[in-house]
Write a protein that binds this ligand. Sequence first.
Ligand SMILES: C[S@@+](CC[C@H](N)C(=O)[O-])C[C@H]1O[C@@H](n2cnc3c(N)ncnc32)[C@H](O)[C@@H]1O
Length: 216
Amino acid sequence: MSPVSNEKRYIPALSFRWLTPLYDPLLKWIMREETFKRRLIRLANIQPNMSVLDLGCGTGTLTLMLKRAHPNANVTGMDGDPDVLKIARDKSRGTDIQWDRGFASSLPYPDSTFDRVVTSLVIHHLVTDDKRRAFKEIFRVLKPRGELYVLDFGAPHSTLTRFMITYMRRLEETADNFDGLIPRFVAEAGFGGVKEAENFVTVFGPLSIIQTVKGV
Ligand SMILES: C[S@@+](CC[C@H](N)C(=O)[O-])C[C@H]1O[C@@H](n2cnc3c(N)ncnc32)[C@H](O)[C@@H]1O
C-alpha cells in the first residue's frame, strides 16, 4: 500500500521503498544514530505522564528509546508509511507505545494533545510548503508551553561540512536544511525561543537539534 495524503511529495525512509529493510543497519552502523538520538532524549526533559509524539517515527528506534528512557510517559509514534510502521510494531512487542498512521501536514490529533513533539530526520523529506505546514500542525497539537525538538540536517559550521553538503543538498528536500532555514520556518509557525541546541557531524552531513516552545 502506498501512502495517500495531501503532501506535495512523499519520500520514504531511504528514498525508495525497496531500500526500507536496510534502514536500521544503515542508521545504526554508518550514521551512529544512538549518539544523537540519546542527546535528543536528554534535551527533551520528559517527565512522568507526559504525552510525547515522535513524528515520522519510521522503524521506531527513537520511539522505543524514548519509551525505555521514560516508561511512565505516554509515547506515540506516527508515520505515513505502513511498511515502516509494521517494522516498528514488530520491534516494540510488549510495550504500550501507540503507533498511528498519519501525515506531517495534517496531523491526526486534536489541538493541544502533546507535551512534547520530537521529530528526527523527517523534515528533510518534506518540500518547503509541507515543512511550513508541518510546523503549523505541530504548533496546533502541542499544549501551551509544550516543546518541540527537531533533529535533522542543519546549516554547516565548518569548511569540512560545507564541502560535504555540496552533494547532499541535491538529495531529497535537504536544501532548506543546509541553508539554515528550519529555525525560520519553526518561528513562522508561532514558536518562541527557537534555538540550535546541539550540532553533530555525521558521514551524511551536519545535523542539528532545534529546540523551541509553544508560548514564549
Ligand atoms: C529518514 S526516516 C526517519 C525515521 C526516524 N524518525 C528516524 O530518526 O530514524 C523519515 C521518515 O519520515 C516519514 N515521512 C516522510 N514524509 C512524511 C510525511 N509527510 N508525513 C509523515 N511521515 C513522513 C517516512 O515514511 C520515514 O519513515
